[in-house]
Design a protein around this ligand. Structure first.
Ligand code: F6R
Ligand code: MG
Ligand code: MG
Length: 364
């Protein structure tokens, strides 16, 4: 049975500041998606949040980039924005960059990760959702999951993974894409995806069957808006078990927190801390950046779940490491490498500040 899994997210108002999600927004989102389920458009849905980002996880039979499903998400974000405005939440409607829906929410502000899949006898999926970071944050974990035998032992000892995986990499600034067959083209791929501010892993495919293994949101808010309007706070879907890495192999990269861009004012480097949904409220210096993982088994499109995958003491050390990394970086205050390098600061609010100084520069 062919099912489409769509994860569409937006920051449409924070509680308090840019930290958390008001329950009324979740309730509004649930009410709207419940109607769409009743009407038969959606098979199932789950509404959740990571930090101040509202996430719609939806299953249907419409395929990816479907106008009706995208319009549903857009209209639901719009009605949630009205609730946010009433409560005077911070940044109400922030990520809805267009005045009206124009056929596809991509390019209009919300982040989108979708995949159409033939549901297997048992279909395990993990949906990753992050706050206070940029698209590209999934590059390192996706590389670990699908290319690194030190992370995924299945690449070595499971016969059905030996052929490896194919990666679709997007140049988000030039709007170009390139495919890499891994493991043999890993080194070529790393030269690009090691620079996640420019190159994002969009999707991964099994080379055993050609089936899709992973799909990420790669939208960059600053490139869409042409100015700084908050971070992308991306999402990513990963299928697990069988010809794909096991759930534990899919989660394992997050036991070694890596440094991502984002955090305060979208202008800093900080560790990506794996947390339970209830702990995804980035308060310290508006961070540090968080990632949550919602696990589901699909049953004829029904979302059997979620299991809150990082709500596990096995990730306590990772959280502690992330906090120690956060302390170390915070010590640098406004200095690099805590603050982003100049080229990246061009996409935040820095140009406005710099403009004022332009005339005062003298030749030496
Ligand atoms: C980072 C983020 C926050 C805000 C900061 C200032 O992605 O959302 O760190 O940048 O709180 O917010 P404003 O400009 O809305 O007062
Ligand atoms: Mg926000
Ligand atoms: Mg956010």
């Amino acid at each position: 049975m062919k099912i489409t899994l769509s994860v569409i997210k937006a920051d449409i108002g924070g509680w308090v500041g840019h930290c958390g999600m008001h329950p009324d927004l979740i309730a509004e989102g649930e009410a709207s998606l419940a109607k769409a389920k009743k009407s038969g458009l959606l098979i199932d849905y789950h509404v959740t949040r990571c930090g101040d980002d509202l996430q719609f996880i939806m299953t249907h039979k419409q395929g990816t980039d479907d106008k009706t499903v995208h319009e549903l998400a857009w209209n639901t974000f719009t009605s949630c924005t009205s609730v946010a405005k009433k409560l005077k939440l911070h940044g109400a409607g922030q990520d809805l960059l267009a005045d009206a829906f124009s056929g596809n929410v991509k390019g209009q502000g919300p982040g989108v990760a979708e995949m159409e899949l033939e549901e297997r006898e048992a279909e395990a999926v993990i949906v990753y959702m992050a706050d206070k970071t940029a698209s590209g944050a999934w590059n390192l974990p996706l590389y670990s999951i699908f290319c690194d035998p030190f992370n995924t032992i299945g690449l070595v000892i499971a016969a059905n993974m030996h052929k490896g995986f194919k990666f679709e990499v997007h140049d988000v600034k030039e709007s170009k894409r390139i495919f890499f067959n891994c493991p043999e083209e890993m080194y070529d791929m790393l030269i690009l995806i090691g620079a996640p501010s420019r190159y994002s892993v969009k999707a991964v495919y099994s080379r055993q069957t050609g089936e899709i293994a992973s799909s990420s949101s790669t939208q960059k808010l600053s490139l869409i808006a042409g100015r700084y309007v908050g971070k992308d706070d991306p999402v990513c879907i990963v299928r697990a078990q069988g010809i794909f890495p096991a759930v534990g192999e899919v989660l394992e990269p997050f036991a070694r927190p890596h440094i991502v861009e984002g955090w305060m004012r979208g202008s800093h480097h900080g560790p990506l801390m794996p947390v339970a949904v209830r702990e995804s409220t980035p308060t310290r210096f508006d961070g540090p950046p968080r990632v949550i993982a919602a696990g589901f088994q699909l049953a004829d499109g029904k979302l059997v779940g979620p299991v809150d995958m990082f709500d596990d003491p096995a990730f306590n050390n990772a959280r502690q490491q992330a906090l120690d990394m956060a302390d170390m970086l915070r010590r640098h205050g406004p200095f690099e490498p805590h603050r982003l390098p100049l080229a990246e600061m061009e996409y935040t609010t820095m140009p406005q500040v710099k403009r004022k100084l332009q005339r005062r520069f003298e030749k030496i």
